[in-house]
Design a protein around this ligand. Structure first.
Ligand code: HEC
Length: 158
């Protein structure tokens, strides 16, 4: 008696899906990708913040990026985290941001450029961060933690 023809429950079609999942891109990290992977969970998908909990990362980032002290602050906020209170657009936040020290210098530069340019929309008037600057700032403030990073924050005009 012949054996019933064996039926393959999973057609070979599915095997191709693995190829589509191959990693994309090499070279410079994209600020938008760093933001969505590491920042959006707290600051919101469009950096709009969550009132009372997480500050928006909007125009103040461009303002800080135009000041030498502000550039140090931005790099160290991401690298060392922040502990203490701050005010953005009249709303105060009493939170703690954990250090994002899993990010490379190039990733920190990329995400700050993304934010300082209004999510990549307006690069005019912004001096780009690069990995060398991030390395130098981290060396200048080596070992600081959240409260000291917050103390670097320049006063914002009202
Ligand atoms: C776990 C939540 C969380 C994550 C993840 C997070 N942040 Fe924050 N972030 C905060 C909180 C909370 C504050 C406010 C800290 C305070 O009140 O001292 C803050 C503040 C900031 C500030 C200061 C804003 C200002 O006006 O001074 C910057 C800049 C910033 N975050 C950037 C980032 C970037 C870039 C990432 C991703 C690489 C990120 N944050 C990831 C919670 C987070």
């Amino acid at each position: 008696m012949p054996r019933a023809a064996s039926r393959h429950p999973f057609p070979p079609l599915f095997c191709g899906a693995a190829l589509l999942a191959a990693p994309i891109g090499h070279g410079a990290p994209a600020g938008a990708d760093v933001f969505s992977a590491h920042c959006a969970v707290c600051h919101g998908l469009k950096a709009e913040g969550i009132p009372g909990s997480f500050p928006p990362l909007g125009g103040q980032i461009k303002t800080f990026s135009a000041l030498p002290a502000g550039r140090d602050y931005l790099v160290m906020a991401v690298s060392a985290g922040l502990i203490g209170g701050l005010t953005v657009a009249g709303a105060s936040y009493q939170g703690a941001m954990p250090p994002q020290n899993m990010l490379s210098e190039a990733q920190v530069a990329a995400v700050l450029n993304y934010l300082a340019s209004g999510l990549g929309k307006d690069k005019s008037g912004t001096r780009a961060f690069d990995a060398a600057e991030v390395t130098a700032v981290r060396a200048r403030h080596a070992g600081i933690t959240g409260p000291a990073a917050l103390a670097l924050r320049p006063a914002l005009p009202d």
